[in-house]
Design a protein around this ligand. Structure first.
Ligand code: DQA
Length: 142
């Protein structure tokens, strides 16, 4: 299957910021491990700190033949109606992911404005959140 992994704002700092929450591995190391664990599948990775760029990448993904998009929008999750509308604008299913358990953290992280337009949500499993999200597509196709 073909997957696009989109990481949003501040995810490029993974491995440097809040290591107790997000771990010690860099985003490149995480992406390499995702590719290894999903070998046999086609994984493409994109990261941007810019809300509009994430919207544009989602728009393009809608006509690029991906089976699924796995999206960690970072803090945009909690307030970006623009990203919510971009997800709603495409037919490609999107799964929302978070490395941390957002429900066990500050109250503002419990709200997601993108969940209602996503196929599902995976949170709290670190790097594995991304892999579990991709596996949801693999399992539903089998
Ligand atoms: C995050 C959780 C968000 O609340 C936070 O703003 C992030 C990362 C996660 O992966 O746990 O930047 O999406």
């Amino acid at each position: 299957m073909r997957f696009l992994f989109i990481n949003g704002v501040n995810l490029n700092m993974t491995g440097q910021r809040e290591k107790g929450v997000y771990g010690e591995r860099t985003l490149d190391e995480i992406n390499a491990q995702i590719s290894r664990l999903l070998s046999g599948h086609d994984c493409e990775f994109y990261q941007s700190n810019v809300e509009g760029e994430i919207c544009s990448r989602l728009h393009a993904a809608g006509s690029e033949g991906f089976d699924g998009v796995i999206l960690n929008a970072g803090a945009y999750t909690h307030y970006s109606y623009a990203i919510r509308d971009a997800i709603a604008a495409i037919a490609t299913p999107v799964v929302e992911v978070h490395m941390s358990n957002v429900h066990a953290r500050e109250p503002f992280r419990r709200e997601s404005v993108i969940s209602p337009v996503c196929r599902g949500v995976v949170a709290g499993f670190g790097m594995a959140s991304y892999v579990l999200a991709a596996q949801s597509f693999i399992i539903s196709q089998s």
